[in-house]
Each structure stands twice: as C-alpha cells, then as structure tokens.
Design a protein around this ligand. Structure first.
Ligand code: GLN
Length: 380
C-alpha cells in the first residue's frame, strides 16, 4: 500500500550503504566510523558484573543517578563548570537519539533550524520530521566555521542553530574565538543552540576542546551532546548523554520518556564506575593522534591530497588529481576495484559544491588495518 513519505528525498544512510558494499566486496572498511580493535577488558567485565548482579531492568528515565553524578564530575574537571545531575543531565541511547530528541523537544512546525554543511546526515531529516525548515549554510572553503554565513541566515523564525566540534565529516574544530562569535550572534535572541560534541576527546596537537559549556552565554541556551561510543571504542553500545539547563531539559525529557524511556541499564552501571578514572578518557587524544599521523604519513605515497585534520577520527582527502568522477561513483569504484571503502562527502550537503572531489577515511583502526589500506590506496 503506497503511503506518502515523510522523508521523500531520503534513502538509506551512506554509512549503511558503504559498510554493506565493503562487506560484499571484502574491502577494508574505512567508511562508517567505528573502531576495529577490542575494547578495554575492564569495561566488559564491569558490564558482565552488572548483569550478574541483577541490574537488568529499566534504569530511571533520566539515567542512573551514579552515572549522572560521574558525568557531572567529569564535566566539572574538564570545563570548570557542571550541571545538576538531577535536573540537567540525561543519559541517552547514543548521540543520534539525543540529537533527535532535542530537535523534537523544541522545533515547532515552520521553525527554522540553521545547519552548517557538510553536516552529519541525521540533522536535516530530523528537523523535517518535526515540521521544521532546515536552513543550510556552509563551512568556509578551508572547512572552517564561517560565522558570517551563520549570521546572515538568522531570521525571526530561527529556532535553533546546530554546530559540531570536532567536525564530522570535515575533521576541523571550533576554537574559543568561534564560540565567542557564536555567542555574539545569538545574544538577544531566543535561539536554542545544539552543540554536537560527540568527538570531544578527539582533539589533536595539544588544542583544547572549545566546548559550548565553557561559554556561560552559550551553555545557558544549549543542548550539548556527547557519546560514550567515541571515547571508549563502543559505538555499538549506542550510549550517550545530553547536558542542558533545567528549562530545556524538562522539555527534552518529555520527549525522551516516550522515545526510548531509558538507556541500557547494565552498561550505565559499568560506565559509572569506569569513567571515574580520568586516564580512561585522557589518553584518547594521544592514541588517535598517532593513528591520524600514521595514516597521513602513509598517504604521502598516494595521489590523494589530505586536508588538515584537527579532530575527530576522520581524515578527508581530495582526489581531484586521480579522477573527475563524482564522489559517489568514485567511492564505489575504489571499494570494488581497489578494496577500500570510504565515505563520499556529497551526502552531507543539501547541494554539494560543484566539482568538489572529497572522500572521508575513518582512521579508528588497528595499525595493521591502516597499513593495509594505505598500500591499496597508494596503487590508485
Ligand atoms: N558516526 C558514524 C560515522 O560518521 C556513523 C554512525 C552511523 O552509522 N549511524 O561514520
């Protein structure tokens, strides 16, 4: 029975498409962002222990109190400010669910939401599902934040601005000065900020993570979204959290309770214990920077031109010296003919820049996987 689609222009996400193609072709999968190495044994033991201890029923709707307290302590330690675990922190089933729920909580039909392209692929369809109108602007040519473009897109109907640092897929970061500019743009408006900071710990070269939390003016109007999967190499657990001032969180929880109700219980117990040890997240930047550098060094022998990677576990590269095919066609050919799956950048745009030839490589992989991929990519 044909039904009118709520998302007529949406197909299957590029991550699913490319991971499936990689599996079909037996290609090395540098497409969808996930680590291919084991997690810390201590963390799996903690989950098993929680299950054996009988923590297998619904967690409290906003999250386990012990986990919310551990999150508050970590945020205080990192950003010198914290949120009230009781009213301002909610544990979610991953970053994407947090984004969906935050948009659902505040976007009314006809509201405009500013999205900066290239943008993570769930942003725009989620806004549309709730009747909002995505207003797309772009990062600057060097994939840096363009405050002027955002400023120019603000109208009396703007309900939300979505930002992302470190940026997926671009691999660039926002800095304090960008956050100050954003604060100035939003000052005097009632625009809600959604700051997607799921790659919070993947910031390189000694740069600090410029969280919206550090800016009082921004955090007072922001949903700030985090992911356990990116930090503890557990993307399949689908666990994250959102921080927001009480008034915003009241609305968030109204939607959250009917969306998932609560997140996985034994994993919340395990994370509450595991994240108390700062080394478990403080070592992450060094670990991933070494992978970024290994991949970049190896790719010097290829015809790809790498763009700067300041954060995230994604490296973007220009292939215009190799081919003039569009990025979808090229990514598919590289998977089939050369055995490496990547992500083309065009799905992250409303209208991809004409002639842009960029692929995204995920370097959250064992060194042996990276080396094998580099060898293949250098043959192209
Ligand atoms: N965040 C992951 C990426 O960018 C994908 C997650 C997903 O497949 N939904 O590759």
């Amino acid at each position: 029975m044909p039904i009118p689609s709520k998302l007529p222009r949406v197909g299957t996400t590029i991550f699913t498409v490319m991971s499936k193609l990689a599996a079909e072709c037996g290609a090395i999968n540098l497409s969808q962002g996930f680590p291919d190495f084991p997690i810390d044994e201590k963390l799996s033991v903690l989950v098993h222990q929680a299950m054996s201890a009988g923590h297998n029923q619904y967690a409290p709707m906003p999250g386990l109190p012990a986990l919310r307290e551990a999150i508050a302590a970590k945020v205080q330690r990192l950003y010198g400010f914290s949120y009230d675990p009781e009213t301002e922190i909610t544990v979610t089933s991953g970053g994407t669910q947090a984004i969906f729920t935050a948009i659902g909580a505040v976007v009314h039909p006809g509201d405009e939401v500013i999205i900066v392209d290239p943008a993570y692929d769930c942003y725009s369809p989620t806004v549309e599902l709730f009747g909002g109108k995505p207003v797309h602007v772009r990062l600057g040519d060097d994939m840096k934040f363009d405050a002027n473009a955002v400023q120019a897109a603000i109208t009396p109907r703007t309900r939300m601005l979505m930002i992302n640092t470190p940026h997926n897929p671009a691999g660039t970061i926002l800095r304090e000065a960008d956050m100050e500019r954003i604060a100035a743009i939003l000052r005097g408006t009632d625009i809600v900020l959604l700051s997607d900071e799921v790659y919070e710990h993947l910031v390189f070269d000694g740069e600090p993570h410029a969280s919206a939390i550090k800016q009082p003016e921004l955090r007072d109007r922001a949903f700030v979204i985090f992911s356990f999967g990116k930090v503890f190499h557990t993307t399949g657990w689908k666990m994250g959290y959102v921080l927001a001032p009480k008034e915003l969180m009241i609305e968030f929880r109204k939607v959250h309770q009917f969306n998932v109700f609560s997140a996985n219980t034994p994993i919340q117990h395990a994370l509450a214990t595991y994240m108390k040890e700062p080394a478990h997240y403080e070592n992450v930047p060094v670990f991933y920077q070494a992978k970024r550098d290994r991949f970049a060094a190896g790719m010097k022998g290829s015809r790809f031109k790498l763009l700067p990677c300041e954060g995230s576990y994604f490296q973007t590269a220009d292939y215009s010296a190799i081919s003039d095919e569009d990025d979808m066609a090229f990514a598919q050919r590289v998977t089939r003919a050369f055995g490496v799956a990547t992500i083309p950048l065009s799905p992250f745009y409303k209208a991809p820049p004409v002639g842009q030839r960029l692929l995204r490589f995920c370097f959250a992989k064992q060194d042996a996987t990276l080396d094998a991929a580099i060898e293949k990519l250098c043959r192209i």
